[in-house]
Design a binder for this molecule. Structure first.
Ligand code: C2O
Ligand code: CU
Length: 480
């Protein structure tokens, strides 16, 4: 059935057609703008580089209110970096210096956190190291880019609210991973928002206890800031999608029904070798580097679908379907070369000198009345009332994250990549550098991490931002 669907033209797709697919993929028909014409996948804006030195990317960046067009022809008021959602793409090479002259023109204080980048703690944009930048205030972020990969940036003040309003952007750092054989590259920034038929964004401050519990899932899926994005492909070409999930709570479970994809890399860059996958689950904050062999015929349309995923508390229900349509153009067929067997080598971290256990719990107290609602804790403590963990520079540690709740939580550590060693009691199937990892409900995992190079105060937290901001966040002090 899924195969038949991919062979139909997109123009024939109706809610009836979608309902057939819904038996397998639960594609919703009720979200605003359904049936509107597809829109080309937007290219991300690029800020002007003000520094003539080719090894320095120096830009102005402003957080401000703006209007965007999530739904075709409807205006949505958002908070933005430089007037667009996603904000501008910062692209540079490993070893380059990034200088961001940031101005906050929002009505409230903010910071920028550079998700996944290994930066000095003082540049990491958390309240552990930086006081929030007041409305009208400025700050200069300046650091070297150390790793190739796709990263992103977002506020670390009231992040559940500010990210939902539209504050996020991506950073692409190039290194030896820029091989043409890996495919024609596009960045795919995935989000979901709750909007009405006129395109108005639901007020993220206005959130009930149940929604706070699960984290807010919107009714519209966005790819690079638009609903219903499509991308033209040449028959036979290889497409490389650099994907990031910037939603506050939604997991994206991406697949091309009936077809396989190649997973080339994750948060901290390439894997050692490509892996063939049927689907990819991206928790909030995570990235995937995907290659798709687009071997369809001219006129075909393939849909990159988001399939329902149950992460607990009945979150697995129907959801909007496609995040991106691939439309095969009438062009001479291309022949993709085989992917390299080896992409790079990743040295396994040595044996740890210390082990820690972090237990995630949730407290449903939905009592009603002012200020009530769920609280989330790590080792019994809810941020900001936490005792910082302490370690020292260059220590290698093993962290066991034990999720005692009935819901998945994506665990994110700032400042340092880690290697997952064990998941649900089984050894991890492959080596990879991660900064965010899903810890399924009532399950645990263990990772190894080395605290290299950057002493200071660091954060770790659940990247369902409604959870992080309701206590599931802690502090790590790395002593010089
Ligand atoms: Cu992307 Cu502390 O987060
Ligand atoms: Cu969580």
């Amino acid at each position: 059935m899924a195969t038949r669907d991919t062979e139909r033209g997109a123009g024939e797709r109706s809610c009836v057609g979608a309902a057939l697919v819904a038996l397998v993929f639960v594609v919703g028909c009720s979200s605003p703008g359904e049936g509107a014409a597809a829109r080309p996948l937007p290219e991300l804006a690029r800020p002007a580089d003000q520094n003539p030195d080719p090894q320095v990317l120096e830009v102005q960046l402003e957080a401000r209110m703006a209007e965007v067009e999530y739904l075709s022809g409807k205006r949505t008021e958002v908070w933005s970096y430089d007037g667009t959602v996603p904000g501008p793409l910062l692209e540079a090479r490993v070893g380059d210096e990034l200088v961001v002259h940031f101005r906050n023109n929002l009505p409230e204080a903010t910071t920028i956190h550079w998700h996944g980048l290994r930066v000095p703690a003082a540049m990491d944009g958390t309240e552990a190291m930086q006081s929030p930048i007041a409305p009208g205030g400025t700050f200069e972020y300046r650091f070297r880019l150390e790793d190739a990969g796709l990263f992103w940036f977002h506020p670390h003040v009231r992040s559940d609210i500010q990210v939902e309003r539209g504050l996020y952007g991506v950073i692409l750092v190039r290194g030896d991973d820029a091989l043409p054989v890996l495919g024609r590259e596009r960045i795919l920034v995935l989000d979901d928002v709750q909007v009405d038929a006129e395109g108005r964004l639901a007020d993220p401050e206005d959130i009930g206890s149940m929604e706070a519990m699960t984290g807010r899932q919107g009714n519209v899926l966005l790819a690079n800031g638009v609903k219903g994005a499509e991308l033209e492909v040449t028959p036979g070409e290889r497409l490389r999608l650099r994907v990031v999930n910037t939603a506050t709570a939604r997991y994206f479970r991406l697949g091309l029904p009936g077809r396989r994809m190649h997973l080339l890399g994750v948060d901290g860059g390439l894997l050692e070798r490509p892996r063939e996958v049927d689907e990819v689950l991206l928790a909030p904050g995570e990235r995937a580097d995907l290659a798709i062999d687009a071997d369809g015929e001219a006129g075909e349309v393939w849909e990159l679908l988001n399939q329902p995923y149950d992460r607990g508390h009945m979150t697995g229900g129907g959801s909007p379907g496609p995040v991106l349509q691939l439309r095969f153009a009438e062009r001479p067929r291309l022949e993709a070369e085989p992917l390299p067997g080896m992409l790079r080598t990743i040295a396994p971290l040595p044996a740890p000198s210390a082990t820690r256990r972090l237990v995630l719990t949730e407290d449903m107290d939905m009592g009603g009345g002012m200020g009530s609602g769920p609280t989330f804790r790590i080792n019994g403590e809810a941020f900001p009332n936490v005792t910082p963990l302490e370690t020292s520079l260059d220590a290698v540690e093993s962290w066991e994250v034990v999720n005692e709740t009935e819901m998945d939580h994506p665990f994110h550590l700032h400042g340092f990549f880690f290697q997952v060693a064990e998941q649900a009691g089984a050894p991890a199937p492959f080596l990879a550098w991660k900064d965010t990892v899903n810890v399924p409900a009532e399950s645990s995992l263990r990772f190894l991490v080395r605290f290299e190079q950057h002493p200071g105060r660091w954060m770790y937290h659940c990247h369902i931002l409604e959870h992080g901001e309701r206590g599931m966040m802690g502090e790590l002090l790395v002593q010089p």
